[in-house]
Design a binder for this molecule. Structure first.
Ligand code: UN1
Length: 489
């Protein structure tokens, strides 16, 4: 793909029709080469919003009544399309979002896997049966579709996160109005295309690429039954309030400031490999990224020396080049926001171990690039507490293993953590004491398998967990049936 690759035209999917929008102009650019337009078109406005919600409402009764295994076959076919187009769409993902092309292709395949899991869901048990304490009675718990879901997704996994919300929503018989982050509209169009090609009936999935204002109206729209959101804690808590006022169920997956703890007996080479991946893949733009590192004093000097060397050796550049290990941030404004936070380092008890500078070469200065950065803190600093969502790792040293685990818990977030150790006692302490939704022992903080629960503690998440069978809790509503024969027989 080159600068001459034709740009895509931006469209919205409403009631099975691809439409142009009635809102402002959107120009979607490649963050590595900001002069290169990836897609262009008009955002959706409030007219399209009403039409999309109306279409989802109209489509709901038939879709809910479609047998679950039949719905599942459509999701399976969408997975086939995603697998078939993985190279092409993964390359577009890299060009639109900035992660490396290998990560982009991997993400499209991951979306396919998620659709396969929920495609099979109709072949698994659909409810629970309980014994009754009364003779001649059985108690059944039935899981039913909820209705129309508003699905709001972030830029950083432009196809995997939408997949893990849309696939369960559709599998369990709901219909959807989806608002993706407007900086990654092309991959949203691709996912919708896969579902259309798979034979999804009109109106079951509606896609609106639009701004935050129309997104806010979507969440508050009277035709919406429930909301699922992944994004910042700031926006998430606003949506929780808006839904609370309407007694409308909402699930949010929000910020993280995830720590890796390297304990005294850790395999330092393994820990360095995993911390490097956790902190700098996708340029640190994952809510599961490793953005804090705790090292116990006994191994701190050795470990930090290795980690700093390996970080400084990372190849940063055009994510479409196969040898590049880290691409740009998603936008120039994301880069500038993080750069300003790093500019405060001089005024805090901290020292820069690597990175923290501005690139001087033309290519990386023009693109949204920031070097992979490690900063060691010697006292209280915002860099320990605030999520930057970029390639920045804040380090603290701990006296011993117990103090290291205390530092891991020293956050208002609780999405994931990683602990590097071979010590069984330390592992047990970590499992029992760390307030996180996802815990990795001897692997990086990021990553989420499609068949197991995913979500955070504290201010990282609100409502039921995502993925696997855990998603059923949010995407269905239950009826408890006390079932007896009639007394006459
Ligand atoms: C991963 O770690 O591979 O927004 C997935 C995020 C998370 C997904 C993380 N919801 O980064």
């Amino acid at each position: 793909m080159t600068a001459n690759t034709p740009k895509a035209s931006l469209r919205h999917l409403v009631a099975g029709q691809w439409r142009t929008g009635s809102g402002a102009q959107l120009i979607d650019v490649n963050p590595a080469r900001p002069a290169e337009v990836v897609a262009e078109g008009l955002l959706a406005g409030t007219g399209e919003l009403d039409a999309a919600v109306g279409a989802a409402r109209d489509a709901f009764p038939r879709w809910a009544a479609t047998p679950h295994p039949v719905r599942g076959r459509i999701l399976d076919r969408a997975a086939d399309v995603l697998d078939r187009r993985a190279e092409e769409w993964g390359t577009e993902l890299s060009r639109e979002e900035g992660k490396t092309v290998a990560e982009g292709i991997g993400e499209v395949r991951r979306a396919a896997e998620i659709f396969r899991f929920y495609g099979s869901e109709g072949l698994r048990p659909v409810g629970e049966v309980f014994a009754s304490s009364r003779e001649g009675e059985q108690i059944q718990v039935l899981h039913k579709p909820v209705g129309v879901f508003a699905v709001i997704t972030p830029f950083n996994f432009p196809i995997a996160i939408p997949a893990w919300k849309i696939a369960p929503a559709l599998s369990y018989g709901n219909t959807v109005v989806w608002k993706p982050a407007s900086v990654v509209p092309l991959l949203a169009v691709r996912l919708a295309e896969a579902l259309v090609a798979a034979g999804l009936p009109d109106g079951v999935l509606n896609l609106l690429v639009t701004n935050g204002e129309v997104g806010g109206r979507l969440v508050a729209h009277p035709g919406i039954d429930a909301v699922t959101f992944t994004g910042s804690t700031e926006v998430g808590t606003r949506l929780i309030e808006a839904c609370g006022r309407r007694a409308r169920p909402i699930q949010t997956e929000m910020g993280g400031k995830n720590a890796a703890a390297v304990l005294a007996d850790a395999d330092l080479d393994l820990a360095a490999t995993e911390v490097l991946a956790g902190a700098f893949r996708s340029a640190g733009q994952k809510c599961t990224a490793t953005s804090r590192l705790v090292v116990t004093d006994a191994v701190a000097d050795d470990f930090l020396a290795t980690l700093v060397d390996r970080t400084a050796a990372l190849t940063v550049g055009d994510p479409l080049s196969p040898e590049v290990q880290m691409g740009p941030l998603v936008t120039a404004s994301a880069r500038d926001r993080i750069q300003s936070a790093l500019d405060t380092v001089e005024r805090t008890p901290a020292r820069m171990l690597t990175g923290g500078y501005r690139y001087a070469d033309d290519f990386r200065r023009t693109g949204a690039f920031l070097p992979p950065t490690i900063v060691e803190l010697t006292g209280e600093s915002e860099l320990w507490h605030e999520e930057l969502f970029g390639p920045v790792l804040a380090v603290r040293r701990a006296r011993d293993d117990q103090a290291a685990l205390d530092l891991v818990n020293d956050s208002r977030f609780g999405l994931s953590a990683a602990v590097f150790t071979d010590n069984l006692r330390a592992v047990r302490a970590a499992v029992e004491r760390l307030a996180v939704g996802v815990l990795h022992i001897n692997s990086e903080t990021a990553g989420a398998d499609p068949h197991v629960p995913f979500g955070g503690a504290k201010q990282s998440g609100f409502g039921p967990k995502e993925q696997g069978r855990a998603a059923r809790e949010f995407f269905t509503t239950t009826t408890t049936v006390y079932l007896r024969g009639s007394s006459a027989r």
